[in-house]
Design a protein around this ligand. Structure first.
Ligand code: MSP
Length: 652
């Protein structure tokens, strides 16, 4: 692990309340949540701040368009953000709204202080204004007469205003950025800011708006005719929320901020305006400002007019919170843009979560249930070769040890990738060690126990490392592993032997049921670029004589399975839902036998199932295989096997 920080204060940008939240907002907030959670689990005092930016022209315009007051616009929209954060399991310590008195007072006090110290002065201003970016530009800044940031048309403005003497800090800022390589991250973003600072003379910053043009803002304390420029107001949230000028102890506890997370489009405001404002206030600089890239739809930027904005609520409804959080963290290399398509989502979900993590968790838990009486086994590695167990445990420890470094370097995608590689190694280990075969031999109890205990311990480490990303599912997994405390302690992760022998394990059900592609897509399409219609798949031609080969028969994996539970499916008279034991895993089947068998008479029966059939949904219920039955006329009888072979026997 890399060195632990003494405290961790992380912020997101505060979001404009002119519209409902989208995936970009969700991403930064989830990212901050993962970082905060990780530090909390390490035992580092942590503060996570998010909130909403409620003043300025954008909000005013949205209110006008909706026929409501700006305050109503704020009050109605802020709830959308707060509800979404709740659903996304965001554990922020504070949520600041810039219309709150605790913020407005501090903005005014700061302005007054800077004005009194002649850091702010009044002058006539002539320039170009972009409403979208809420920023002024000089004639030279414009690109083809449009905003250099967003390419939208700009308005010419001539008026008296108040200015912050930002220009005088230009040399200081260049020097500060150059001597603090971690101040702006990734480093190519620092170069971007340096390029901007070195190539042109920094202007003073216009920090007011005449009320005659825009009334929705914080009044300047020294001139009633003006309100504060929204960015000057908004940036101060990072200090007003933690007690600047109101609770010095609290402020000293958290400032300087460990990490301001931002999107790349708000780099200048955070790496030029904010540092110079802080310098003028005599405050320390934040430790780092990290700019992430954009989420694109395919290769196109998301925008409302293109109708390709991903709605996070739909994603949660369709796929669950944890899977959504996982995808965003795993898919974006921090700093780069990333592409969001539902196809990519489903692919990653099915491979990482359903096939790898979900499957390995099920296998380990099922085998403990079967071979260890449903309890974490006591272990003793004497008397047999435990080289495979030792090697697997080493892999888990190595990843846990690397985690701190990866997190502090903001390599979050790589960090989840590394945990997933351990998950896959557990699967390979189980294949090689084959505890189900070992268990059939005499006197191998200790060996089987050690094998399963090691797999479960590695799973415990993976669940802990993935907890910040998928808190709900990893909590379920921890509970299933018989762990009493809800949250992991990352500091004590790599001691072998944390799982308590004798603790009862539970079956959490399928942690990540496979997504059946065709069906899911139809339910609620989410920002999916239009796909050309695929020609219908050709059915494989049967051979001319209608006969199949031996190999074709052997392709069908038939296995015995024991029915554990059976129940009717509401609204489907002919269908029953079965939970079956397939030897080394549990599965769910849907079978059309309800008119022939009652649920009660099925439980305990050993049946024969096709084990390698693609899962499918029947009446919305997933079926992971197919049972065999013989039918003639109206009669139907299950195919069963003679004697007591139990579950998992191959039927050939
Ligand atoms: N209110 C300002 C921030 C003030 S912070 C003192 C603001 N708000 S915003 O709501 O427009 O955007 C907030 C953040 O969302 C920005 O960091 C922006 O980059 C991010 N995103 C908006 N769309 C995005 C994507 N498509 N992808 C990733 N993030 C993007 O700017």
């Amino acid at each position: 692990m890399s060195e632990k920080p003494v405290k961790y204060y992380v912020t997101t940008p505060i979001y404009y309340v002119n519209d409902k939240p989208h995936i970009g907002h969700s991403y930064t907030t989830i990212l901050a949540d993962v970082l905060a959670s990780y530090h909390r689990l390490l035992g580092v005092p942590t503060h996570f701040l998010t909130g909403t930016d409620e003043h300025g022209q954008k909000v005013q315009q949205a209110a006008d368009a909706n026929g409501i007051t700006p305050q109503e616009q704020c009050d109605q929209t802020v709830v959308r953000f707060q509800e979404l954060w709740k659903r996304l399991e965001i554990q922020h310590d504070d949520f600041i709204r810039t219309t709150e008195p605790r913020h407005k007072t501090i903005v005014q006090q700061t302005l007054q202080e800077l004005y009194d110290r002649d850091e702010i002065y009044k002058a006539e201003y002539e320039g170009w204004y972009c409403v979208g970016c809420e920023r002024f530009f000089t004639e030279k800044d414009l690109v083809d007469g449009n905003c250099p940031e967003c390419s939208r048309p700009v308005d010419k403005i001539i008026e008296s205003n108040y200015f912050f003497r930002m220009s005088k800090y230009q040399d200081w800022l260049i020097d500060y950025i150059e001597s603090n390589p971690d101040f702006i991250l990734p480093s190519f973003r620092a170069n971007e800011t340096l390029g901007f600072l070195k190539n042109k003379e920094l202007q003073d910053l216009c920090i007011s708006r005449p009320k005659s043009r825009l009334a929705w803002g914080i009044d300047l304390p020294f001139d009633d005719d003006f309100v504060t420029y929204v960015w000057f107001d908004a940036l101060i949230n990072y200090i007003s929320a933690i007690g600047y000028k109101s609770d010095e102890d609290r402020f000293r506890k958290w400032w300087p901020c460990s990490c301001h997370l931002i999107g790349k489009d708000i780099l200048t405001t955070h790496t030029v305006y904010w540092p110079t404002m802080l310098k003028a206030m005599g405050l320390e600089m934040p430790k780092s400002i990290f700019a992430h890239g954009w989420w694109l739809t395919g290769r196109t930027k998301m925008s409302k007019s293109l109708g390709n904005v991903v709605n996070p609520m739909d994603m949660i409804d369709n796929f669950g919170v944890d899977a959504f959080r996982y995808f965003l963290i795993a898919e974006m290399t921090l700093g780069q843009d990333a592409s969001f398509t539902e196809e990519a989502f489903v692919k990653r979900y099915n491979s990482d979560l359903a096939n790898d993590l979900g499957n390995v968790a099920n296998r380990v838990l099922n085998m403990i249930a079967r071979y260890c009486d449903g309890k974490i086994p006591a272990v003793n590695a004497d008397g047999f070769d435990s080289a495979l167990e030792d090697a697997l445990w080493k892999e888990a420890v190595a990843v846990a040890d690397e985690m701190g470094g990866m997190i502090s370097e903001m390599k979050l995608d790589a960090s989840v990738g590394a945990v997933m590689s351990v998950v896959r190694k557990i699967n390979v280990f189980l294949q090689e060690r084959a505890p189900w075969s070992l268990a059939k031999q005499e006197g191998t109890e200790a060996e089987v126990a050690y094998c399963l205990y090691t797999a479960a311990e590695c799973l415990r480490v993976c669940a802990a490392l993935l907890y910040p990303v998928m808190p709900e599912k990893m909590l379920a997994l921890r509970t299933a592993l018989g762990m009493a405390d809800a949250k992991p302690h990352l500091g004590k992760l790599t001691e072998f032997g944390v799982l308590v022998p004798g603790a009862e394990i539970a079956q959490p059900g399928a942690l990540f049921p496979r997504i059946e592609v065709e069906k899911k897509m139809e339910e609620k399409p989410v920002a999916k670029p239009k796909q050309p219609k695929q020609p219908p798949k050709k059915k494989e031609e049967p051979s001319k004589d209608g006969l199949i080969t031996f190999d074709q028969v052997m392709d069908v994996k038939l296995r015995t399975a024991v029915v554990l539970e059976a129940e009717k499916i509401e609204g489907a008279d002919k269908l029953l839902k079965l939970q079956i034991d397939l030897g080394d895993e549990k599965r769910q089947l849907v079978a059309g036998i309800a008119l022939h068998y009652s649920p009660e008479e099925l439980v305990g029966k050993t049946i024969v199932v096709v084990a390698n059939l693609k899962p499918a949904k029947l009446r919305g219920v997933e079926s992971q295989g197919m049972l065999l039955a013989a039918s003639k006329g109206d009669a139907l009888k299950l195919v069963t096997v003679e004697g007591d072979l139990g579950a998992g026997a191959a039927v050939k």
